[in-house]
Design a protein around this ligand. Structure first.
Ligand code: GLA
Length: 679
């Protein structure tokens, strides 16, 4: 019998704990299948080497078919079957989607869009995050779950709800309005302070009574940007508060660690996960390749690095990904042969110690019936199963990697608040977008083989030699001071345009742009001069800029390149200021790929960060344990590649030297003993 895992919540939870290997797991939806199928499923899970299964993610309607009527018999049986087979369970609280009766009996639980439209049941997550009735009903279920399964020996992890905020993050109903006002009262104390923070002297928006304060509902003109920013903060906090409420119920009944699956991804921006992370016993992320983006693999690497940032550099869990196609993009691309292993190892390389899939068996009905699965519609006869078996075998060979940590000397400062605020209404240019700018620099560093930690503004930057700060439009004085301190302490810092412009209330920082960084960079911007959609401008360095230019007046900095054309012709486009033992660089435009690469090569040389020019289709990342380095090399291109890494390749079992080519489409994890053991 397995002993349930008990951990102090201060202790970081290593996701490979369950097996001592990289955990292979999946979502399983036994509600969708006859019980006779369960036995086949469990036999095949064992054959594949599945260690951890997430169940009851969408179980509420089955567990509580009518108000007040609970039936746990099927859940009891599947839990016992999994336990008997030695498979651990990641147990969903089941609250992510309420049963249809809840909307009939309590229509006030349904979420409302900014224009007042109600989101009806029929899909999933049709509930308002601030609804007290929803919370009461959901916690009733969580209480029953905790009482019944809190000490079940199969349960290794609690999985609160599912992807909180995926569809319902922003609700504008009257109950949300009341909760928003309560949140604002805590933040500002008085209505006067709120009026000042939101700048309500503008357009006759001044509030004379708290009851007049509303969520940013649909308006005929641009709304108040400070109100919108606070509403995003509130909405993120409202869901976090909901997570806390479920967690509190579980903690009273169970010693099993609690988490939920985050969505660190390009298409969801509604939760500030830096504020969520400390509340999770284990950082777990869901990630799917997004083929709507120009470079989905680069975004995978970005997401994985940011998830590791949430885990404070420690190992984390990939709670969901797909074996092949998803079913929710305009064109759902299947993975090519070997791509499943390459993409899964992309996450392991960047710190994941568990790789789990949505889902075990492909559904026959419902909106996700064309979504891939470990066990696809073609069963075990098809190519899909072969790919799953191949991945499982590779993960088994990577046990020595479990618990090791990614080693990075470069950091990129990431901020959900800057993402929210930089892309608000009424900015100088709608083309100036936050995430693409962050992706651009991260992608180029990946192409140079430079591993990057993604950290929150205000994080400890002392261990980094190179720090990139893309479009940090809003930040606090203290956060600006920590970046300046890193530069004077010896780091090379690069700041990219539209950074440091406003304070935390989205109010312009006085004295000239870029207020928070003016002194550090030794310059002032007299005028933003954004560019038309297709326009590009040449720089004296040979690089090209697009989207943004500006008239920069240098006060105390060296001009490295100027604009040679366009509305800011002759103005500085790239500057450097020596600061203490480090330097602060600024670019006044959105550089093209070659320009970013050239700039980063120079900055890496200045800061002694080694580069390996692998290009955009290769991942090279090192994880470090006290005794060994594990260098992951993932070759996403069809052509062979030679990389200067020698040691034992855990994937093939062969010893490789600097000249051993890595075949097109293959992966290598090279273990090298550390001579400086433990340093
Ligand atoms: C998310 C959800 C799953 C499923 C997958 C499909 O990760 O959590 O329930 O819908 O997406 O890709």
């Amino acid at each position: 019998m397995t002993t349930p895992l008990t951990l102090s919540h201060e202790q970081p939870l290593v996701p490979g704990w369950a097996t001592g290997t990289i955990t292979l797991g999946c979502d399983y939806n036994p509600e969708q299948w006859d019980e006779t199928v369960w036995h086949d499923d469990i036999a095949l899970m064992r054959e594949l080497g599945v260690d951890l299964v997430a169940i009851n993610i969408f179980g509420w309607a089955q567990l509580q078919p009518q108000p007040g009527e609970f039936d746990f018999a099927r859940l009891d049986r599947i839990l016992d079957l999994l336990h008997a087979a030695g498979i651990r369970v990641n147990l969903g609280t089941g609250t992510s989607s309420p049963p249809p009766w809840l909307a009939r009996v309590h229509p006030e639980t349904l979420p409302q869009a900014a224009d007042g439209t109600i989101a009806w049941p029929g899909g999933r997550q049709a509930w308002c995050p601030s609804s007290s009735v929803f919370r009461e009903k959901a916690l009733e279920l969580v209480t029953a779950m905790g009482d019944r399964y809190g000490a079940h020996p199969a349960v290794m992890l609690w999985h609160v709800s599912n992807e909180l905020g995926c569809h319902n993050a922003l609700c504008f109903c009257d109950e949300s309005a009341r909760a928003f006002r309560d949140w604002l009262r805590v933040r500002y104390g008085t209505l006067e302070a709120l009026n000042a923070a939101w700048g309500t002297a503008f357009w006759s928006q001044r509030f004379g009574a708290w009851d007049d304060v509303l969520p940013p509902r649909a308006t005929r003109s641009a709304g108040n940007p400070a109100q919108l920013l606070d509403f995003k903060r509130f909405s993120s906090d409202a869901l976090l508060d909901y997570y806390r409420a479920e967690t509190a119920v579980l903690r009273e009944r169970s010693e099993v660690p609690v988490t939920t699956n985050l969505m660190v991804t390009a298409h969801i921006q509604t939760q500030d996960y830096f504020s969520w992370a400390p509340e999770l016993d284990l950082i777990a992320n869901d990630h799917y390749l997004d083929h709507r983006l120009a470079d989905p693999l680069a975004e995978l690497a970005f997401s994985a690095d940011l998830t590791r940032g949430l885990a404070q550099g420690g190992p984390w869990m990939l709670m969901e990904t797909s074996t092949s196609a998803v079913s929710w993009q305009p064109v759902n691309h299947a993975k090519r042969s070997g791509e499943l292993t390459r993409t899964a190892l992309g996450h392991v390389a960047r710190g994941a110690d568990s790789i789990c899939f949505f889902q075990w068996r492909a559904s026959r009905s419902g909106a996700e019936k064309f979504h891939s699965a470990l066990l696809p519609h073609s069963g075990t006869a098809g190519e899909g199963w072969v790919q799953s078996v191949e991945l499982s075998a590779v993960l088994d060979r990577l046990s020595p990697v479990v618990g090791s940590r990614v080693h990075a000397r470069a950091a990129l400062v990431f901020s959900w608040e800057a993402w929210w605020a930089a892309e608000g209404d009424s900015q100088p240019s709608r083309l100036m977008r936050y995430l693409p700018e962050a992706h651009r620099y991260h992608r180029a560093m990946r192409a140079l083989g430079v591993t990057v930690d993604l950290v929150a503004p205000g994080a400890d930057l002392s261990r980094y030699s190179l720090i990139v700060v893309p479009t940090l439009y809003t930040l606090t004085d203290a956060e600006a001071a920590s970046i300046a301190q890193a530069a004077s302490g010896g780091a090379t810092v690069l700041i990219t345009p539209f950074s440091g412009i406003v304070d935390e209330n989205d109010a312009i920082r006085a004295g000239g742009y870029p207020g928070a960084f003016r002194e550090l960079l030794g310059l002032t911007i007299d005028e933003f001069r954004p560019l038309a959609a297709e326009a590009t401008v040449a720089l004296s360095s040979g690089a090209r800029g697009s989207i943004w230019s500006e008239s920069v007046r240098v006060v105390d900095a060296e001009v490295i390149a100027t604009f040679v054309e366009g509305p800011a012709a002759a103005s500085p486009a790239l500057t450097r200021r020596a600061v203490g033992s480090g330097a602060a660089w600024y670019t006044a435009t959105v550089l093209d790929d070659d320009g970013v690469l050239a700039l980063l090569r120079r900055l890496c040389a200045d800061s002694d960060v080694p580069i390996v020019e692998v290009g955009f289709d290769v991942d090279i990342v090192t994880r470090r344990s006290p005794s060994a380095d594990f260098t992951f090399i993932i070759n996403h291109r069809d052509l062979p590649l030679t990389v200067p890494v020698a040691g034992l390749d855990l994937v093939s079992g062969e010893t490789v030297d600097d000249a051993t080519p890595l075949a097109g489409g293959s992966v290598r994890v090279v273990m090298t003993e550390r001579s400086d053991r433990g340093a």
